[in-house]
Design a protein around this ligand. Structure first.
Ligand code: 4AD
Ligand code: MG
Length: 482
């Protein structure tokens, strides 16, 4: 008999009415020794199995409990009860795995409400919950939509290295990669660690971004994107930062800053619309959770819109495009700034924006996603294109409600001499990046790209609040369990 998922069965149940089928899954609940709610992870919806206990061994029935896994064959019938369209009249039940009931008491599989912190401690089991099933199915849909967006627009998916010698952001927040025995490090004559002796014959690290390699690829393939894990050794213990996160980085030859902003806006809207169209059941569940969570907050901190409503608004809204200079004026004149409510007060042009400022602009001032552009050169990375004013660069950040920065990008400096000067000024080693400079030596062209933090987008579309809850096994300072 053909194996099928519960999602496929529920979607096309008419095809199977009064036929025998086989399903596998985990017991979510077993009521009155008669009704099993079975879930196989394919959908948030459980399948109801009706068990006539006279037809089965008593010992078998006794061994079925929440969390045990079953293989069931039975007839598909229209359901008598409310709450489901069909149910399965069990003819054969096989227990694939029963429970250590004593140990089960200490796990999150115990059917009651558990805190998100507790669920995080048992991240290996949280896939079994309604909430995390929904979150990870939505995460999957987001990833799929990302590939489909770029594929429809003639972009090529390129894989950039995870282990690299380059510091793409020039920010030095990298995890080193070494094969040395740390207890006996080879030294050079001046008593430094001799990386020439290491596996790669040089110092290497985990990538912070695939951008520089993606730029090289775009200088031949035209439109490319990377989508892979990136690593940052920044000690930020916030609800928005991970030490290991997934980044999507398109890079496009012949694009300028405005093209880049258009692409980012289209891209975000496409992915969000895809989730609205394809994740209805999961979103309905997340929407309800979101609403319930709002009720636990003080009135002033509550969201003004429901989750689905918020997503629908964002795809319809035109994102506000505001220069850094305008933003500084708005922030400087804001009540928050004048009354000293910001932790970091804004007094002059050139200040780096903190997330409190980004969120003020998005949530209070514009009440819309905001794209900030033309930032001071001093607070941005070396590769961003210098504007004619000589003090700003063609950078862009997309800021989202409840999230802050979701995308960061720029038009790139394609002029070799300007780039070299900038690198020297910012202390970025031109010898190490000889290959990057080569892309400006032979047929250099204007180009632009950006990076989207996948988890920040998943946070936004699921309405979750902690980034640790939208990646299966989060890595943060002090945490690398599993
Ligand atoms: O702004 P960032 O640092 O930009 C870059 O790395 C560029 N090389 C991208 C490019 O132009 N190709 O990072 C891009 C995005 C941020 O906007 C944010 O969404 C996410 O990556 N991000 C993080 N997400 C989770 N945890 C962290 N520690 C993150 N750091 C950045
Ligand atoms: Mg950034």
């Amino acid at each position: 008999m053909k194996k099928m998922t519960i999602r496929a069965l529920l979607d096309e149940y008419r095809k199977y009415l009064h036929h025998d089928i086989t399903v596998n899954g985990w017991v979510r609940a077993f009521r009155s020794n008669r009704f099993i709610a079975l879930n196989d992870g394919s959908t948030i919806n459980n399948l109801q199995i009706v068990v006539d206990f006279e037809n089965f061994d008593e010992s078998l029935i006794k061994n079925i409990s929440t969390a045990s896994s079953l293989k069931i064959t039975g007839e598909v019938v229209e359901s008598q009860g409310s709450g489901q369209t069909i149910e399965i009249i069990a003819k054969k039940i096989e227990i694939l795995g029963d429970n250590d009931t004593e140990e089960l008491q200490h796990t999150i599989l115990q059917p009651k409400k558990h805190s998100l912190e507790k669920l995080r401690e048992q991240a290996h089991l949280r896939f079994r919950t309604n909430l995390f099933g929904a979150v990870f199915r939505v995460r999957n849909a987001v990833s799929f939509a990302i590939h489909s967006f770029f594929n429809e627009r003639d972009f090529f998916y390129v894989n950039t290295p995870v282990i690299t010698g380059a510091d793409a952001e020039g920010a030095g927040e990298m995890f080193g990669v070494t094969n040395f025995d740390l207890n006996s490090l080879p030294k050079t004559e001046d008593d430094k660690v001799d990386f020439a002796e290491d596996f790669f014959g040089r110092k290497t690290n985990l990538t912070v971004s695939g951008q520089l390699e993606a730029e090289a690829a775009a200088m031949g393939l035209g439109r490319v994107y990377t989508f892979g894990p990136t690593f940052r050794a920044e000690n930020s213990n916030t609800t928005r930062h991970l030490a290991e996160f997934w980044m999507v980085e398109p890079e496009v030859a012949f694009n300028n800053l405005e093209d880049n902003i258009d692409l980012a806006e289209d891209f975000l809207k496409y992915v969000i619309q895809y989730v609205l169209d394809h994740c209805k059941d999961d979103l309905a569940f997340l929407d309800k959770r979101f609403e319930e969570e709002q009720k636990t907050k003080p009135q002033k901190d509550r969201a003004t819109q429901g989750l689905i409503e918020k997503l629908e608004t964002v795809v319809k809204q035109r994102f506000k495009r505001v220069s850094y200079t305008e933003a500084i004026d708005i922030l400087r004149d804001s009540k928050e700034n004048k009354k000293g409510k910001f932790q970091y007060l804004i007094d002059e042009w050139g200040a780096d924006l903190q997330s409190e400022h980004e969120r003020y602009l998005v949530e209070k001032h514009f009440e819309s996603p905001v794209v900030l552009f033309d930032y001071p050169a001093k607070i941005k990375a070396f590769y961003m294109r210098l504007n004619e004013d000589g003090k700003t660069v063609a950078a862009m950040d997309v800021l989202f409600p409840g999230i802050g920065e979701i995308i960061g990008g720029s038009q790139r400096e394609e002029r070799l001499s300007v780039l070299k000067n900038k690198m020297a000024e910012m202390g970025v080693d031109g010898e190490e990046l000889w290959w990057y400079l080569d892309t400006r030596r032979f047929g250099s062209v204007p180009h632009a790209g950006f990076g989207l933090g996948l988890e920040r987008l998943v946070l936004f579309v699921t309405g979750m609040t902690n980034i640790r809850d939208v990646i299966p096994f989060p890595r943060t300072p002090g945490n690398a369990e599993f």
